[in-house]
Design a protein. Structure first.
Length: 361
């Protein structure tokens, strides 16, 4: 195997191959070749045990699609179709990357200094925005408000106690609500519905030049209108698609790292591509991969909770890239702490425990 320029056994401590090497291993090979390589023959993927020490790697060629080079905090994803020119550098998400930037209340704090978040609530789907609002509040935002259609006010108001609800019945009243100078972060998308109105509301929020999160239907609403999205973004913005939503706006190829990095550069936004290994990229080329997610997060409403956590951190003034990374890690840690049987509401309830452990650590 040819070693990419700049990488050596001194700079990189081990290698993980995600696809079978040229020897075609589908079993644990002889120890003289590499005692740690173990392939999954059903998927042709190397298991997490497949750690190849650089000084043990002796294969002469590589027929796989991606090879990852890891050191203690970073890994490189390589796509051999463009072997000499494409290398996306990613750091593994961990608290040391953002813990010092986590907002912390002090004796002088009040609800206004801790940030005000506004979340746009949808109708008839109301649970998504409510989950996001509770996650936002649990993440430390001093004031969390849901702006909802007039018809949905009884639903939101009767079920939310610590979260304020404010109705709108026209574009004018909506614009009045989002123009409150005290708002320090916005979220639109959970349960919003796929419509031209959703896109118009997202554009109105983006025009306020305050940090915001664009999620779910608000992402899909910009399908075919990527230039409008790019030109409207005036402040830190986090897009939080899963793969299906991502494909409404961007190309997604086998090299997910390159795809996400490209999307961030195209839009000028932080792009968080949700998955078992969530990727977070910014327009400057920084890339983080989150690897602590529990399979139990595959449950309805989980993504709404994540969007709410990011919004809560943004409202408190945390930088957008670090807020997205921190929220992703905290979201996964809350799920781990709860365990089996997790539903989205449980993630919200476990946030104080996860945040307390970070504060004490």
């Amino acid at each position: 195997m040819q070693r990419p320029a700049g990488l050596s056994s001194q700079s990189v401590s081990f290698v993980v191959c995600d696809y079978t090497c040229s020897d075609g291993f589908t079993r644990e090979p002889e120890s003289s070749v590499c005692p740690a390589l173990l392939c999954n023959p059903r998927r042709n993927l190397v298991s997490p045990k497949a750690i190849l020490m650089m000084n043990q790697l002796r294969t002469s060629s590589f027929k796989g699609e991606i090879i990852r080079f890891f050191n203690a905090a970073a890994h490189w994803n390589r796509h051999p179709k463009d072997y000499n020119n494409r290398m996306a550098i990613a750091k593994t998400n961990q608290p040391s990357l953002w813990q010092k930037l986590l907002p912390k209340p002090d004796a002088a704090s009040n609800k206004y200094t801790r940030g005000s978040a506004l979340i746009v609530g949808g109708y008839p789907i109301t649970g998504a925005a409510r989950l996001a609002a509770m996650a936002c509040a649990r993440s430390g935002a001093g004031i969390t408000t849901i702006a909802c259609p007039q018809i949905a006010l009884p639903i939101y108001a009767s079920s939310m106690l610590s979260v304020m609800t404010k109705p709108f019945d026209s574009d004018k009243t909506f614009n009045n609500l989002i123009s409150d100078a005290r708002i320090s972060a916005y979220l639109i998308g959970p349960g919003a519905g796929l419509s031209q109105e959703t896109r118009a509301q997202a554009q109105a929020i983006l025009s306020k030049a305050s940090p915001c999160v664009i999620d779910a239907d608000a992402i899909k609403a910009f399908a075919g209108h990527q230039a409008i999205l790019r030109n409207t973004i005036q402040a830190p913005c986090v897009l939080t698609p899963h793969e299906g939503e991502f494909k409404h706006l961007f190309d997604l190829d086998d090299d997910r790292n390159a795809s996400v990095t490209r999307a961030a550069r195209q839009t000028g936004a932080i792009v968080l591509l949700k998955g078992s290994d969530t990727l977070i990229a910014d327009p400057e080329g920084r890339l983080i991969v989150n690897e602590n997610a529990s399979p139990t997060l595959a449950t309805a409403g989980s993504g709404d909770v994540l969007a709410g956590i990011i919004t809560g951190l943004l409202a408190q003034g945390m930088p957008a890239f670090e807020a997205a990374a921190a929220a992703t890690w905290i979201h996964a840690e809350a799920a781990r702490l709860f365990g089996i049987g997790l539903i989205a509401e449980d993630i919200v309830e476990m946030l104080p425990t996860a945040l307390t452990e970070l504060a004490e650590g």
